[in-house]
Ligand binder design. Structure first.
Ligand code: THF
Length: 324
C-alpha cells in the first residue's frame, strides 16, 4: 500500500507540530485523501507491518451489533477499546459512565440505534401519525413553553436504512450514515473519529463505492485499522445488496502522527510494500446477486470467522503505544 507511505511522507515533510488532549505531541496536516480501486488494488491492508486483522474484524462486528462495552469488543477478539473505556480520566469521571468497560453510545450505537426524538404540537395529528408510521412511538405528553406537545422516540438503524435504499433506490445520493451525534457527545468515551460513510452504488455496472470522512486520524495506529475496517464493511454491504466493491475514497480532516510513533513509521518508509491481499467473505453470507433475496438481518449474524485474508504478505510486526 504505497498510498499509506506517501501519506506518512507528506505529513513528515509538510506537517506542523501540535499540542492536543493526550499530552503527546503530533505532527499534523489539515486535510488528506487516499483513494483505492478495490478491484485493481486489492484489499487495503497495510503490508509494511502486520495488520491486526482479527482485531479489525472484531471491532467491525462489535459496531454492527451496536456494542457499547469494551468487554464485548474483547469477546470478539478486539482489545483496542480497553484504554478508552478504563484509562481516560475525563471519561472515568463522567456521570454517564455506567461502570468498568462502558464506552457510552459509541459508533455502533449511532450506526444501528441513533436515538431520535421529535417534539410535536399535540394538535398536529397528521405529523404525529406520519412519525408513528415511520416507527416513532409516543413517549409522553409534555408541556413546553406553555404549549401542549407530544414527545416521540425512535432508535434509527442508519446502516439498515442505507442497505434498504441501495436495494430500492440506488440512484440516491443520500445513502449515508453518520456517527457524529451532537446530542450524545457529552455522554461518550470518545466522539467518533470516522464519522461519515457514504455508499455510492452504480446500478448499471452493479458496482458500489464508499466515501469515508474521518475528522481526526492517528496515522500510526488508526489509519491501517480504519482503512481495513471500512473496506471490509463495503464488501459486506456489496454482498448483501448484489454490488461489487469498486472505489474506496478515504478523506481525513486532521491527519497526524504521534511523536512516539515516529520510529515505527520511519522504519516502514524503508520497507517495500508487498502486493495487496484479497478479502474473502465466507459463503455463508448470502450473495444477493446470486439469490435475489434481500437478507439485511445478516448485518447482525456475522461472526469473526466469516472474514479472512488470502495471500496476505507483510513485513515484520511493529507497534507503538496508543495515546489516550
Ligand atoms: N485513539 C488513538 N489515540 N488512536 C486511534 O487510532 C484510536 N482509534 C480508536 C479509538 N481511539 C483511538 C481505537 N482504535 C490500536 C488500533 C486501533 C485503535 C486503537 C489502538 C492499536 O494499538 N493497534 C496495535 C495493536 C492492535 C492489536 O494487536 O489488537 C497495532 O499495532 O495495530 C481509532 O479508530
Amino acid at each position: 500500500m504505497k498510498q499509506y507511505l506517501d501519506l506518512v511522507q507528506t505529513v513528515l515533510d509538510t506537517g506542523t507540530w501540535q499540542e492536543n488532549r493526550t499530552g503527546i505531541r503530533t505532527i499534523s496536516i489539515p486535510g488528506a485523501m487516499l483513494r483505492f480501486d478495490l478491484q485493481k488494488d486489492g484489499f487495503p491492508a497495510i503490508t509494511t507491518k502486520r495488520l491486526a486483522f482479527k482485531s479489525v474484524i472484531g471491532e467491525l462486528i462489535g459496531f454492527l451489533r451496536a456494542t457499547r462495552s469494551a468487554a464485548d469488543f474483547r469477546a470478539l477478539g478486539c482489545k483496542v477499546w480497553d484504554q478508552n473505556a478504563n484509562e481516560n480520566t475525563d471519561w472515568l469521571n463522567n456521570p454517564y459512565r455506567t461502570g468498568p468497560d462502558d464506552l457510552g453510545p459509541v459508533y455502533g450505537v449511532q450506526w444501528r440505534q441513533w436515538p431520535a426524538y421529535k417534539l410535536l404540537d399535540a394538535d398536529q395529528q397528521a405529523q404525529i401519525a406520519d412519525a408513528q408510521k415511520r416507527g416513532f412511538r409516543v413517549v409522553s405528553a409534555v408541556s413546553d413553553e406553555g404549549k401542549d406537545k407530544v414527545l416521540l422516540y425512535k432508535a434509527i438503524d442508519q446502516l439498515r436504512d442505507c442497505l434498504d435504499t441501495i436495494i430500492k433506490n440506488p440512484g440516491s445520493r443520500r445513502i449515508l450514515f453518520h456517527g457524529w451525534n451532537c446530542a450524545d457527545l457529552d455522554a461518550i468515551a470518545l466522539p467518533a473519529c470516522h464519522l461519515l460513510y457514504q455508499f455510492i452504488p452504480n446500478a448499471t455496472t452493479r458496482e458500489i463505492s464508499l466515501c469515508l470522512y474521518i475528522r481526526s486520524n492517528d496515522i500510526g495506529l488508526g489509519t491501517p485499522f480504519n482503512l481495513a475496517e471500512a473496506a471490509a464493511l463495503l464488501h459486506v454491504v456489496g454482498r448483501l445488496t448484489g454490488y461489487t466493491p469498486k472505489w474506496f475514497t478515504y478523506f481525513i480532516g486532521d491527519a497526524h502522527i504521534y511523536e512516539n510513533h515516529l520510529d515505527m513509521l520511519k522504519e516502514q518508509l524503508t520497507r517495500e510494500p508487498h502486493p495487496a491481499p484479497k478479502l474473502v467473505l465466507s459463503d455463508r453470507i448470502p450473495d444477493y446477486a446470486v439469490t435475489g433475496k434481500y437478507e439485511p438481518e445478516w448485518l447482525e449474524k456475522l461472526e469473526p470467522s466469516d472474514f479472512s485474508l488470502e495471500n496476505y504478505q507483510h513485513h515484520a510486526p511493529l507497534t507503538a503505544p496508543m495515546a489516550v
